[in-house]
Design a protein around this ligand. Structure first.
Ligand code: NDP
Length: 278
């Protein structure tokens, strides 16, 4: 019998996840279906309950429900979901629901495998302190990067930096590269980074992020988690000589990690990324 999966969000019609999982299923010979479901803004938990009753095996969760999914799976969270305080993958077992977060693994896989960029020892600027930044910060540190966090609202960057500093002492997989926090974009003048990750949603409104012009070190990678169009950050990076990446690879890699959690099979991501780009 075909196992059913879905992605829940609001809005959801733009989601590429059904296409990605269809390609994974064809490639690996797994008998699954995968659909996009729009839940009412006040109806996330009810939608998950319905899917469970109907025999679905799991779902992905996207904006704006990742925190609600975290609360829903409170009794059975993976370590990385607990750290991210957000869940993007639910696996339904008979009585229990596992909550996981595959965003960080997806970003790291895209940067290291698809862009052949070694994270170890690199100076990384992480812009943003929302759900996406929390999800990727620790996995990046586990790879030995030196992270600086900057955010429009300073307090939130500070909170994330403090959390990361504490994590160094409780999590042995993190190398002891103390995270730094920048009081604001204007404080970045005169500094250089090998990797700059845009984990803000500024691109959604075509807003520019006020970065100083000398911020990219030679050979730097500028990574925008957004995909589908060139953001002002990507344009700025290109004009200042950086290699530019969008978030499509991360999207496919985090989906592959979710597929693995559900099916125990790891799909090849490169042909799926290539298919989506065409
Ligand atoms: P949140 O709403 O949780 O956080 C948004 C962040 O962006 C905040 O830090 C906010 O700062 C900052 N921000 C918003 N507007 C601006 C601006 N004009 N200038 C500077 N900073 C700004 O969103 P998420 O963290 O969930 O998502 C962030 C982005 O990452 C989205 O574009 C999302 O699509 C993308 N994403 C991509 C994924 C992928 O697989 N490719 C996976 C997950 C997310 P402040 O605190 O000051 O409000």
């Amino acid at each position: 019998m075909t196992d059913r999966y879905a992605v829940i969000g609001n809005p959801i019609s733009h989601s590429k996840s059904p296409q990605i999982h269809k390609l994974f299923a064809e490639q690996t010979g797994q008998d699954i279906s995968y659909e996009a479901i729009a839940a009412p803004l006040d109806g996330f938990a009810a939608t998950v309950e319905r899917l469970r009753k109907e025999g679905y095996k799991g779902c992905n969760v996207t904006v704006p429900f990742k925190f609600e999914a975290f609360k829903y799976a409170q009794l059975n969270l993976s370590d990385r979901a607990q750290v991210a305080k957000a869940v993007n993958t639910l696996k339904f077992n008979d009585e229990t629901v596992l909550g996981d977060n595959t965003d960080g693994a997806g970003l790291v896989a895209d940067i290291e495998r698809n862009f052949c960029f070694v994270l170890q020892g690199k100076r990384t600027l992480l812009m943003g302190a929302g759900g996406a930044a929390w999800g990727v910060a620790l996995p990046l540190m586990e790879k030995g990067t030196h992270i600086t966090i900057v955010n429009r609202t300073e307090d939130k960057a500070f909170e994330l930096a403090v959390f990361l500093q504490r994590s160094i002492f409780t999590n042995h997989t993190i190398q002891r590269n103390t995270p730094t926090f920048s009081k604001g974009y204007s404080e970045l003048a005169g500094k250089q980074f090998d990797l700059i990750i845009n984990a803000t949603s500024a691109g959604l409104t075509d807003s520019e992020i006020p970065l100083p012009s000398g911020i990219f070190a030679p050979g730097a990678l500028a990574y925008d988690m957004m995909y589908g169009r060139e953001t002002p950050f990507m344009k700025f990076a290109r004009e200042h000589g950086a290699q530019v990446a969008d978030g499509l690879g991360m999207l496919v890699e985090q989906a592959a990690e979710a597929f693995y959690i559900w099916r125990g099979v790891r799909p090849e991501t490169a042909p799926v990324i290539a298919a989506l780009r065409t």
